[in-house]
Design a protein around this ligand. Structure first.
Ligand code: ADP
Ligand code: ZN
Length: 731
């Protein structure tokens, strides 16, 4: 392979910056020259900004006025595959390259000079005077042999103040040293702690390892029920990748998952991998970013944006729970990390593993079409068996008003409580009640900034808008008719269900799992661990519990409203309901005890409910695929959403109408335009929102046509236009 191009001092080069400019800027190479891909600091007006050396300059600018690059940063240059990746994602999502660079440099202090920090280790001798605090410091250092700690770490572990440590430093009993701030991560050992695999698992692992060994691009869909050992199997592919000296990335959908996951990785490889998600401190972010570039991080586990780290040699990307909707970024650059993982891997000869118990229809049909390889784990590990599924027909259950737990479900929970097992009541709605209505005038309390109803959260003692986050105290009088004391909750949320459960089972220990009831990711993790260890008899939870946590004592799952996801105009409503119900049901009976899942529904004959009950996954996918193929929608056709927004509703609609009338560029590729129509939530944060939808054949050159189409219009005032390729949500 050719090395990167080198530019000698004074050569004209094109630099990409993260500034909102639609072109490269020309600079001269600095003293000592620079390579293509180098991260640099360049003068722009009075400021200095971060940039990347993209290639040779064009020279279409007055050469005497071209300034020199100020400084080449002390970080690994961006590889050619990464430059190509940013370009391709930008082209696909219609995002300008400067915004792509911003996404790829989201680590603070990249342009800071390499900095040092102080660490402490055991020095010589004993202190002049022993105190308990001093003894604890020395005992801590002795316990960890030659390791060095920061002042904060040492103080915390020994339970002493900084002055105690400083006192020991003065006497030389503790030694102070300078080390570089951004250290490589601990080496992972691919031969450490492997488990003995079942025949099924071993065959899967061997197939994935052969893929990694090939050193060529390929994608495998790894399907298997929850608990079948998908994680164990793909960790073997990671091991193969590490022993080839290449880097591995594991993408996970939720922060809450990473804690449990980190422990598993550590048990398998003897050390922790690098992490990249919103819970990581700024200092750790910069360390990870730099070490990924230098090769000092062998494995990264992270959220979707970990895909945009500057890997030196990425050999494997695992997308766990690949069907999860949080892989789609819904602000800023609208990309789907699952799809972009496949693109990235194809540019750097890496393998992709898409793992799921309930794959997305997109991945399922790619595997059916032979574009992806297929691997299946058919049975659960050990004694665990899939839960028995049953519908509770709510049309015949005898239930008073404002109660949601049917007599049949209650009887089943009673049994579990008696036997000392756990039961989970699942409802996919946060808060106390989704609607607050005035019994005097019928007014429903809404958000002042959005066309959404406010949700009562009793725990917080406030009304909350789930669109914009606005909160206000529960009013005493109706905001519309001003009658006092008539505001009443309608419908159940997780908090209200908890109230009902507390009344039904006053002696059982109950735990509520909802994201807004925990102050932090750590509190949430601790809560989950306590529950898993048997700290509750009845768990009442939202979507949060569907995501991979392990509750060994759980043997019953009651789904309060299985119909909830079937409503609405979303093209993926059926698919999402199917996945969510399967996952929730998969929580039951993960260890030796068999589990049961009960779905409360008013439509037991609905095809989705029937497929869930029958466990007929293939039947469900085939029926769903036929419907979408017939309608020409993804994955059998292409779609793009156009979202227009602005403060003045008529201006927003005028722009929408103008777009619809001037769509020759789209008609030229046979695409259709629908709308403009008010978005399902027509006002968010005081801005009016209007949508258009574009539908095209699978092979049509959609991006080019879209770019030409929207490029005809200059956006005036506060009007905004966003293009969402392959939209997941239609709000
Ligand atoms: P999945 O990712 O498919 O949900 P996991 O890999 O998390 O499944 O496996 C479920 C549980 O079974 C985990 O606790 C895992 O450690 C355990 N397990 C799976 N396979 C094995 C094995 N071969 N040996 C020991 N434990 C296993
Ligand atoms: Zn709002």
């Amino acid at each position: 392979m050719d090395g990167p191009d080198f530019f000698n001092q004074g050569d004209l080069i094109a630099v990409l910056t993260a500034q909102p400019l639609d072109r490269f800027l020309d600079y001269k190479a600095p003293e000592g020259g620079c390579v293509q891909g180098a991260y640099v600091e360049v003068p722009l007006g009075p400021r200095k900004v971060l940039g990347v050396v993209w290639g040779a300059g064009k020279g279409d600018f007055d050469i005497s006025r071209v300034r020199s690059i100020s400084r080449v940063l002390d970080v690994a240059p961006m590889g050619e595959d990464m430059r190509l990746f940013l370009q391709r994602v930008g082209d696909y999502t219609l995002t300008p390259l400067h915004a792509m660079l911003r996404l790829a440099t989201r680590a603070p202090g990249l342009s800071d000079p390499p900095s040092m920090r102080k660490v402490y280790r055991r020095g010589k001798g004993e202190p002049d005077r022993q105190t308990d605090a001093r003894r604890r410091v020395l005992a801590t250092l002795d316990e960890y042999g030659g390791l060095a700690f920061t002042m904060g770490e040492l103080g915390q572990m020994a339970g002493v103040t900084n002055s105690v440590i400083k006192g020991l430093v003065k006497q030389g009993v503790v030694r102070e040293e300078d080390t570089p701030r951004d250290l490589p991560f601990m080496r992972l050992d691919p031969d450490y702690g492997g488990k003995e695999l079942t025949a099924d698992q071993a065959a899967g692992a061997a197939a994935l390892q052969a893929g990694v060994r090939s050193g060529r691009y390929g994608t495998t869909l790894l399907r298997g029920v929850t608990g079948s050992g998908k994680t164990e199997v793909y960790l073997e592919a990671v091991a193969e990748c590490l022993s080839k000296g290449r880097q591995a990335l594991v993408l996970l959908p939720e922060i809450a998952l990473t804690a449990e996951f980190l422990t598993r990785v550590e048990a398998r490889f003897g050390a922790k991998p690098a992490e990249w998600h919103s819970g990581v401190t700024m200092t750790e972010r910069r360390r990870t970013w730099k070490m990924v570039g230098e090769g000092g991080a062998q494995m990264v586990i992270g959220a979707r944006s970990a895909l945009f780290l500057p890997y030196r040699d990425l050999g494997l990307i695992v997308v766990d729970e690949e069907h999860d909707t949080s892989y789609k970024q819904e602000d800023g650059v609208l990309y789907n990390a699952r799809d972009m993982a496949v693109l990235r891997a194809s540019l750097c000869n890496a393998r992709v593993v898409l793992a799921s118990a309930t794959p997305s229809l997109e991945s399922w049909s790619n595997a059916e079409a032979g574009k992806y390889e297929k691997l299946e784990l058919t049975s659960r590990y050990g004694a665990a068996v899939l839960p028995e599924m049953r519908a509770i027909d709510m049309r015949v259950e005898d239930l008073p008003r404002d109660r949601w737990i049917s007599p049949s479900l209650k009887a089943a929970v009673d049994q579990r409580v008696e036997r000392g097992e756990q039961a989970l009541l699942f409802i996919n709605r946060r808060g106390y009640a989704p609607v607050t209505i005035c019994r005097a005038c019928g007014h429903q309390v809404g958000c002042d900034h959005c066309d959404a109803r406010m949700v009562e959260h009793r725990f917080l003692k406030r009304l909350v808008c789930h669109q914009c986050g606005e909160t206000k105290p529960m009013p005493e009088v109706c905001p519309s008719c001003e009658v006092e004391g008539k505001l009443a909750p309608v419908g159940p949320g997780v908090e209200r269900l908890a109230e009902e459960a507390a009344a039904l089972w006053p002696d059982a220990r109950q735990a509520v799992l909802s994201s807004d009831l925990f102050g932090s990711a750590r509190a949430l993790k601790e809560g989950i661990e306590t529950i898993a260890a048997g700290g509750a008899d009845i768990i009442i939870g939202t979507q949060l519990v569907a995501k991979g946590h392990n509750f060994p004592l759980l043997t019953l799952v009651g789904v309060i409203d299985a119909d909830l996801g079937l409503q609405g105009s979303d093209l993926r409503a059926a698919e999402r309901t199917f996945q969510l119900m399967r996952q929730v049901a998969g929580r039951a009976g993960r260890s030796e005890k068999p589990g049961q899942a009960m779905l409360q529904t008013f439509q037991p004959e609905h095809p989705v409910i029937r497929a869930i009950l029958a466990g007929d996954e293939l039947g469900f996918w085939r029926a769903e695929a036929d419907e979408r193929r017939f309608a020409g929608v993804p994955p059998f056709g292409r779609m793009a959403g156009i979202i227009l927004s602005g403060g003045d509703v008529s201006q927003v609609f005028d722009l929408g109408n103008a777009l619809a009338r001037n769509a020759a560029a789209l008609r030229a590729i046979g695409a259709e335009v629908y709308g403009p129509a008010p978005a399902p939530i027509a006002r968010v944060r005081g801005r009016h929102r209007v949508r258009l939808l574009v539908k095209a054949d699978k092979g049509a050159p959609l991006q080019a046509a879209l770019a030409q189409w929207v490029g005809q219009f200059k956006l005036k005032g506060d009007l905004r236009l966003a293009v969402d390729i392959d939209p997941q949500n239609f709000y």
